[in-house]
Design a binder for this molecule. Structure first.
Ligand SMILES: *Cc1c(COP(=O)(O)O)cnc(C)c1O
Length: 367
C-alpha cells in the first residue's frame, strides 16, 4: 500500500531521462568501461525496481548498499550482477549466495568472524574494498589485500574486483583525491594478482576526473540528472533531472491583514492576501526548514509561509486560484524551475539528501 495514493502529491519519474543520462556519461568515458548503476536507497528515491528494469540493458551491473536492496532487485527479475557495497553480517553469506549477489569484503576481521562461524565461501563472488583515505570501510595495505586474495581463493571464492571510494571528488581542490588515487594505484601495483574489475569513480570522479577511471565506474546521482557537486563545479555536459514533484491546491482562502497562518502563528499577513494549502509536509520529506522557500503555481514563485506541518504546507498566492490548481515543488513550469539543488542550498544540505528523504507516502508515477 502506498499511504498517499489518493492525494494529488506525486513524484513523476522520467525513466528515459535516466537512460539518456547514462548514455551521455558513457559517451564521455573510455569505451569498454563497465557501468555499475548505483540504485541504493530505492534508486535515490526514484524507485529501484522500476529504474533497474528500465536500464538493465544499457548498464553492466547494479550496486546497492545492503543485502535487502539487492534481494529486492533479484526477486523482481533482475539478472545483471549486483554488488552490495556495504559489508554484510557474515551470517548472511548463505543468503547472498542464494541470490547470486556479489559481496564487498572490507576487512580481515570480517573474514575471521565468518570463518569462525563456519561460513561456506565456495562459489561466492566478492570485491575487495580499499580504504584509500575515506576512513570508512576497507583495508589499508597491500599485505591485507594479498592476504584476502589468497585466502578467499583458497576458500573457493572468486575475487572479481577491487575498489575504492573518494571523499572529495565533488570539490574544486583535488589534492586529497589525487592522494587517494596514488594510494590506490600503489596497492594495485603490489597485488600478487589483479582482479578483473578495478573501480574507483563515483559520479563526480567520472564527470570531472577521467584519470580515476579503471575498468568500471559506479554511477549514482548523475544518472538521475543532478550535479553531484551541487553548484560548486559546473557539469561538463548537460544531464536531465529525472524526478519532478507535483501537488495541487486543496484549499484556497483569502485572509485579512493581521491574520496568522500555521503552528506557532509565525506568519502574520501584512495585508489581505490569498493563502493556498498544499498536501505535503515533513512526513513526506518536505522538512520544516523549507519555510520561506517557494513552490511554483502557474509559473510563479510562491513563498511557503507559516510553519510546514506534518501533512500540509501553506503558500502565499498572488491571486485567487481554483481548487486543484497544479503546484510544482520540484521541476519546471512555464519556464520557471525549482531543482533539488535549489532546495539543498536553502536547507544547507546536499541534493542527494533532498531526493532520499522524499518518503514512501509520495507515490512515484512513471512516464
Ligand atoms: C553511493 C556510492 C556511489 C555512488 O555515488 P554518487 O556520488 O551518487 O555517484 C559509488 N560508490 C559507493 C561506494 C557508494 O557508496
Amino acid at each position: 500500500m502506498i499511504p498517499g495514493l489518493h492525494r494529488p502529491t506525486k513524484a513523476i519519474i522520467n525513466l528515459q531521462a535516466i537512460a539518456d543520462n547514462i548514455k551521455t556519461i558513457q559517451s564521455h568515458i573510455p569505451q569498454g568501461t563497465k557501468t555499475y548503476a548505483v540504485v541504493k536507497a530505492d534508486a535515490y528515491g526514484h524507485g529501484a525496481v522500476k529504474v533497474a528494469h528500465f536500464i538493465q540493458g544499457i548498464v553492466d551491473a547494479f550496486a546497492v548498499s545492503n543485502l535487502d536492496e539487492a534481494i529486492e532487485l533479484r526477486q523482481s527479475g533482475i539478472t545483471n550482477d549486483i554488488l552490495v557495497l556495504g559489508p554484510i553480517v557474515p551470517a548472511d553469506i548463505k543468503l547472498a549466495k542464494a541470490f547470486a549477489l556479489t559481496l564487498t569484503v572490507s576487512s580481515l576481521e570480517w573474514l575471521d568472524v565468518a570463518r569462525s562461524q563456519g561460513s561456506d565461501f565456495r562459489d561466492l563472488t566478492v570485491h575487495i574494498k580499499v580504504d584509500s583515505g575515506m576512513g570508512r570501510i576497507g583495508i589499508r595495505t597491500a599485505e591485507e589485500a594479498n592476504y584476502l586474495l589468497s585466502e578467499l581463493k583458497e576458500a573457493g571464492s572468486t575475487v572479481e574486483g577491487i575498489f575504492t571510494h573518494f571523499a572529495t571528488a565533488d570539490e574544486v581542490d583535488d589534492q586529497k583525491l589525487q592522494e587517494q588515487l596514488a594510494f590506490f594505484k600503489k596497492i594495485l601495483a603490489q597485488l600478487d594478482e589483479q582482479p578483473e574489475l578495478v573501480h574507483a569513480s563515483n559520479s563526480a570522479a567520472s564527470l570531472w576526473h577521467k584519470e580515476t577511471i579503471f575498468s568500471a565506474v559506479r554511477l549514482g546521482l548523475a544518472i538521475y540528472g543532478l550535479n553531484p557537486s551541487g553548484s560548486t563545479l559546473s557539469l561538463p555536459y548537460p544531464l536531465k533531472p529525472a524526478l519532478s514533484l507535483e501537488s495541487a491546491l486543496i484549499q484556497m482562502k483569502k485572509i485579512d491583514e493581521g491574520d496568522n497562518v500555521g503552528y506557532g502563528a509565525t506568519y502574520t499577513a501584512s495585508s489581505a492576501q490569498y493563502i493556498g494549502t498544499v498536501p505535503i509536509g515533513y512526513a513526506d520529506g518536505w522538512t520544516r526548514d523549507l519555510q520561506g522557500f517557494s513552490v511554483l503555481v502557474d509559473g510563479q514563485e510562491c513563498e511557503i509561509v507559516g510553519r510546514i506541518s506534518m501533512d500540509q504546507l501553506t503558500v502565499r498566492l498572488p491571486q485567487a486560484y481554483p481548487l486543484g490548481t497544479k503546484v510544482t515543488l520540484i521541476g519546471t513550469e512555464k519556464g520557471q524551475r525549482i531543482s533539488a539543488t535549489d532546495l539543498a542550498r536553502k536547507r544547507g544540505t546536499i541534493n542527494y539528501e533532498i531526493l532520499c528523504l522524499l518518503s514512501s507516502r509520495i507515490p512515484r508515477q512513471y512516464l
